[in-house]
Ligand binder design. Sequence first.
Ligand SMILES: [Zn+2]
Length: 456
Amino acid sequence: MNKLAKRAWFALALAGMLLLGMGVIVVRYFIDSPDWVTFQNSPHVYTDGVMNSGKIVDRGGTVVLDATNGKSYADSASLRRSMLHLLGDREGNITPFLLQEYGSELVGFDRINGTYSTGKREGQMMLTVSADVQRTALAALDGRKGTVGVYNYKTGEILCAVSSPTYDPDDVPDVEGSPETYEGVYVNRFLHATYTPGSVFKLVTAAAALDEIPDIGSRTFTCEGSAVIGGETIQCNGVHGTLNFEEALAHSCNVVFGEIAAELGPKTLMRYAEQVGVTRRYSFDGTTTAAGSFDVSNAAESELAWAGIGQYTDQINPCQYMTYMGAIANGGSAAEPYLVKEVTYGDSVKYKASTSSTGRLLDSTTADRLADMMHNAVVNVYGEWNFAGLYAGGKSGTAENGGGKAANAVFAGFLQDSDYPLAFIVVVEEGGGGASVCTPILSQVLSACVVAMDAD
Ligand SMILES: [Zn+2]
């Protein structure tokens, strides 16, 4: 081969490699570019590590974050505090997962034109939460640690997701200097914490009993204030005397539910905990919920009894358990929860939420029976006036912390109303008695939800 031909071949090979390389870049660009462009500190999108374009608004259009000229939070300090765990902080202690998930849509990035911001075209992310409901819930918690969650179990829209303690991202306190006040302040307790459920877990044991114990509805039980199960004394919260299954749930009788748990056995209880979603994680809008746990595989009989009434090593995640309440209210399955309604850029819709189902968590007759029993508890024990005057079902829990600490107050339930199909959960850490502490909070929050939904 002469010299000229050699050079031609070499040039051709070079050209081929160039083309191949370009091909790889183009393909990678189409796949990865939305991540590159919103990568933290990318100069087009972030200024000093924060976004400089786009707005985040609540379900009613109230601005909760305006990133147009550097990140600025809402005008109201109480709103900033109540939204902190959803929007993140400036220091990077609380991840701004919504911005990370939808950052490229929010700045109007597209693969052909890149990032542009011209004229009045502006990105907007609309959340499902209500600013007023968030503020109401945080005010109702009144400085106590815990969480309040409410969602629409037909659509999946989360109206309330408040986590306390919190702080104002525009007036950052000395968190390290007050470790007790700010214990776990960077954790979104609604999405990423787990708690001992206490008696709200009886709704899992009750579901198993309705399915697995054929005569459960016609049985009568006796509670003398305590019972010996597996050689250990299970203490009740009262002396309930003779009662049926529905009354046992309404009065949250530990003796009855301890006996039922022992009768059901570890395998059945574990199967139901898994089936209703206690051990499940939900992923949406750039975050994944913490999974609860229920493991009685090595439990003694007395421990099994305690596990069936929500103690032992039981753990639930508030967002997941709220979803289970939705499934009970909705005939056995519910919408999976989410936080972002839509993301628009100018006139174009970049993202729109769609409803996805949990799938069947309970048989429909079991769900309906359980819902009736929970409504009965509201009528006879918790007080209907606490639920915005709507048809409600609920279950309280007083979860023992041990170590000399007061118990956590827990309350979970639902509204069965075609205009307000809401499921909810409240946890007040070291709050004491579940119903008395949580129902006044719920009363305010549910009323605020009704107002917010009427305005939709
Ligand atoms: Zn009892």
